[in-house]
Write a protein that binds this ligand. Structure first.
Ligand code: AMP
Length: 942
């Protein structure tokens, strides 16, 4: 807008008179987002007096102030206004902009790095001159707008000092990226009202000092007793100990009953002993090589979890530190899943009773994609837990890499948290009072707004990656500084001495007392309490083998009753035509008119489980409907798009069931479900992949938790994975769930790998997973085309049997004595073989299905094969290429199953780098050939 036009506008009635409130509102909207206002208003506001590069934060009182001043000023360029009034009013605007600049960018000049190595760029917005102010203005009094220091006006000098103290001392508060005004105001109120430096009582100070003494004392003790042994020392980040203790205590006061912590190896031993109260003598024994005999493989001590209770002024609460492997960051969704299970058990929807704390490394939080996945889940229906307190132990180096140009592309390692608009508090770990202040603030924010919050504990690493390392080889300057830098305990003790809070004698005594407690091997955590507050009993499941007897049978009448309930929905729920047909068909199946298909049997299994009072949690990318349009557990009302889940309306006494379409992630979601299932033995927890190969993205969870968590850490887990698998010509990506990878991980009866081939089998397999008191992962190669295969059907009586058959013998009337070849197989290929054999009216080949590949059912197979002991020609038939599927991993079991002297040959695709071909014609030819090879005696097999 030209100046003359602006002048004309200004002189118009809008700006001059009583429309100020209206304009304020538009201006507020403009400040939030200039694109939100009419272009005509945007042009005008673009020309209001303000400084380049400084955003004026949206704030009603600031705006009102601005407009009041402008209204007093009169029309722009009015020469009759007194020069002094003009000048000071213009300065008032600039003072508000200065405040705003500190809120936005103060953290960039804060004193955050204990080593003072950070190269901070000059931030001109924080300089008076940038706002056309000078020290000469220090005595002039200005309105401070919304600056929440408890005064309406302040001399500029005092304000400037206050802003520096609040935003540029030991805390760098980043919160202006939050768009929610209430949250921003709340944070400003909390930070500015105490100028980011509240008064601490003497008791609180001593308690902080004790935490630092413990942190330092523990590491020194281990260092001198076990020199050179790996302990991934916390030293440099000592403030973590008083920080965690204060956080837990504050959580207890605010109603938390359980706290679940996830952390990597750095500082873990210290946290175990100084926060969770693990007995130091047990740790020392571990250093000396003693170990828990009950675990088959066990794990290194710095991966260990621990559970205890902790006394807080609000009552005792339960603490759990999750076990976790070296794979950084992966434990975080596990912890959050565990918290969700505990919240569900407590019927707590707002996260108030269970607090997750996740502790990250600075390089890992910026580097690992699972962090983003976990943030993305944080506010979703299926995965939210009312916010997580996230702490970064930012020791400024990841293994041997500290150059920012190598570690990340963001300003701070915590920038990822901005994706959910979490407030981020950077804090200098050498100022423990600042650490405690932001910790309590972070928890209060989480509790009030139910959102994630981040604390960046800026510290250093006194030793190398481990204690045998020589870090100055790669970080010479950093370590020169570290060598001379006093430990946090010393610094804080000096501070307290200088303030006369404590005497040297008292300090020496505290240090000596801690050391003596370690010498006696006694628990060093005053708040430690024996465990009574945890909310679930695992003892019924401990030590149970997969052969433990169970009775999962329900009568046909009971199944019919369940079926009628699960096919009912209110009249006002209008089903989509195909879904209505599917529900109609289900009613016919339940009445016995039609044989049951897969979807119906699966739904009946869920119905029976919730009816018995157990919980079901089911997530996956398309779980409500089912990737292949077969499930429709969640129905979408065509009238108003509302949803209805018949499984939630079975009876008053039923167990809860939740089915969520998950975020489009595998790694974090599977880790979350693993966490859920390891915390909730009573529930059926299922994760379904859209296609089986999607599980590839979650391999770390499968390798490091699911398959080995029990052997490493004694943690049972009954999680079920449904992985659609089958060669139907969909190409390399949607054919294989990588059966071979699961089988290769099988040992010690660690998990079950099943390939059910009938609706009755899936019904009984799902029921078995809950009714049998064994909690081990169940990996299911689940079907795609079999969902609608005319032969893949079952009767109600087959469901009512209540047994999952690990092996299914020959079903056709074939005289065993005439059989010259036995073909063993699993999954969908069975039907290809059966159809071909029937078509050819062949009677000399028997076909046996192995429905559970692991644990291999030797006894059942022996029974199924008893009639074929005369047969010398045995075949394993599979759809997968030879280097994949069950052939290589299970061959020893197949050999063990066949009569002595018999030969075993392979019928399947040739070895291949890719799981499947991409061309349907080649696929069809391969499928035809492998079936022919399996059925044609004396030729074709390898
Ligand atoms: P937590 O609530 O995770 O601290 O667990 C409390 C106690 O329950 C542990 O000390 C274990 O004895 C037992 N426990 C918890 N989770 C499992 C699990 N997944 N498998 C076996 N025992 C468990």
């Amino acid at each position: 807008m030209q100046k003359s036009a602006m002048k004309a506008w200004w002189e118009s009635s809008y700006m001059a008179g009583g429309n100020a409130a209206y304009i304020e509102e538009i201006y507020e909207a403009y400040l939030e987002n200039p694109q939100d206002v009419e272009p005509q208003w945007r042009d005008i506001f673009d020309q209001l007096p303000r400084l380049e590069g400084v955003e004026i934060e949206t704030n009603h009182s600031d705006v009102r102030e601005l407009f009041k001043k402008m209204a007093q000023l009169g029309p722009l360029g009015r020469t009759s206004a007194p020069a002094t009034a003009n000048a000071s009013d213009a300065k008032q605007v600039k003072v508000l902009q200065l405040i705003n600049a500190y809120r936005f960018r103060g953290h960039e000049q804060a004193n955050l790095d204990p080593l003072d190595l950070w190269k901070q760029e000059r931030v001109r917005d924080l300089e008076l001159s940038h706002h056309e102010l000078t020290e000469q203005d220090f005595d002039s009094v200005f309105s401070v707008g919304s600056y929440a220091v408890g005064k309406e006006t302040m001399p500029l000098g005092e304000l400037f000092k206050s802003l520096n103290r609040t935003y540029c001392s030991s805390i760098g508060a980043e919160y202006m990226h939050i768009t929610n005004t209430e949250q921003k105001r709340w944070l400003q109120q909390r930070i500015e009202s105490v100028q980011a430096k509240p008064e601490f009582s003497r008791d609180s100070k001593i308690s902080i000092l004790k935490g630092l003494i413990a942190a330092d004392g523990m590491e020194k003790y281990l260092g001198s007793k076990f020199p050179g042994a790996k302990r991934f020392s916390l030293e440099g980040g000592d403030a973590l100990i008083p920080m965690l203790k204060s956080l837990i205590s504050h959580a207890g006061v605010n109603g938390a009953k359980e706290v679940v912590i996830g952390m990597a190896h750095r500082g873990r031993l210290n946290v175990l002993v100084n926060v969770l109260g693990k007995n130091p003598s047990v740790l020392f024994d571990e250093f000396s090589g003693k170990h828990d005999e009950s675990l088959s493989s066990g794990d290194v001590k710095y991966h260990a979890g621990y559970s205890s209770d902790f006394a807080t002024p609000g009552g005792d609460l339960h603490l759990a530190l999750a076990f976790n492997p070296s794979h950084l960051e992966i434990v975080n969704p596990v912890v959050i899943g565990s918290v969700r299970a505990r919240l569900d058990r407590r019927q707590c929807n707002d996260g108030s009773t269970v607090l997750p704390i996740t502790i990250h490394g600075d390089s890992a939080i910026a580097g690992q994609g699972v962090v983003q996945e976990t943030f993305n889940m944080s506010q979703t229906r299926g995965f939210s837990v009312g916010g997580t307190v996230r702490i970064v132990i930012n020791n400024q180096v990841g293994f041997t890499t500290s150059n920012k140009e190598d570690t990340r592309s963001t300003q701070y390692c915590t920038d990822i948290a901005k994706m959910v608009q979490a407030p981020i508090f950077h804090v200098n770990a050498d100022d423990p009072e600042a650490v405690i202040f932001v910790t309590q603030l972070a928890l209060d924010y989480r509790n009030k707004f139910k959102r994630d919050v981040m604390i960046d504990l800026v510290c250093y690493r006194r030793h190398g990656h481990n204690e045998a390392d020589t870090p100055d080889a790669t970080q010479p300057l950093m370590y020169k500084k570290i060598k001379k830098h006093p430990v946090p305990r010393e610094l804080y003790a000096q501070q307290l001495l200088a303030e006369n809070t404590i005497s040297q004698h008292e300090i020496d005594k505290l240090i000596a007392d801690y050391r003596s407690a370690l010498d006696h091997g006694a628990c060093v955590v005053e708040e430690w309490r024996p465990m009574t507050e945890h909310s679930v009993d695992w003892s019924p499941y401990i030590g149970q083998e997969w052969t433990v007897p169970y009775d999962a049978s329900l009568s046909v009448e009971q199944i019919k009753e369940l079926g009628n309930k699960v096919c009912s929905y209110p009249e006002n729920v209008k089903l989509q035509a195909r879904v209505a047909k599917l529900y109609q068909d289900r009613i016919s199946m339940i009445s016995g008119e039609k044989p049951l298909d897969w979807g119906c049997a699966e739904i009946l299994a869920y119905a029976s489980i919730v009816e018995q009072g157990s919980r079901i949690r089911f997530t996956g990318q398309d779980s409500g409907r089912g990737t292949f349009f077969h499930r429709h557990a969640v129905i979408h009302n065509q009238t108003d798009a509302s949803t209805y889940m018949p499984l939630q309306h079975m009876s008053d006494k039923q167990g809860p069931i939740e089915i969520y379409d998950s975020v489009l992630s595998e790694e974090a979601v599977l880790a979350f479900e693993y966490g859920y299932a390891t915390a909730e033995p009573g529930a059926l927890t299922i994760w379904e992949a859209q296609f089986g190969d999607f599980a590839n993205g979650a391999q770390v969870v499968i390798d490091q938790f699911l398959s080995s968590g029990e052997q490493k850490w004694g943690r049972l887990c009954g999680l079920t994975l449904l992985l659609p698998h089958g060669y139907e010509g969909q190409g390399p990506e949607h054919s294989s769930a990588r059966l071979e990878r699961f089988l290769q991980l099988c040992a010690d009866h660690n998990m079950q790998v099943c390939v059910p081939s009938t609706p009755a089998q899936v019904y009984n397999m799902i029921r078995r997973q809950v009714v049998r008191p064994m909690r081990r992962p169940l990996i299911v190669m689940s079907p795609k085309s079999l969902l609608r295969h005319s032969l893949a059907v079952s009767s109600l009586e087959e469901l009512a049997e209540g047994v999952f058959h690990n092996v299914i013998g020959e079903i056709d009337e074939i005289d065993a004595k005439q059989v010259k070849r036995v073909v063993m197989c699993s999954g969908k290929v069975y039907y290809d073989l059966l159809e071909q054999r029937r078509k050819d009216e062949q009677t000399d080949v028997a076909i046996i299905r192995i429905e559970q590949l692991y644990p291999f059912p030797h006894v059942d197979i022996e029974k199924a094969l008893a009639d074929y002991q005369h047969v010398k020609d045995w075949v394993w038939c599979q759809e997968e290429p030879q280097n994949q599927g069950a052939w290589y991993c299970m061959q020893h079991n197949f050999w063990a199953s066949i009569p002595e002297g018999a030969k075993l040959t392979y019928a399947g695709r040739e070895a291949s780098a890719s799981p499947a071909v991409g061309y349907i014609s080649v696929h069809n030819q391969q499928q035809k050939t492998l079936v022919e090879n399996a059925l044609t005696i004396n030729q074709g097999t390898k």
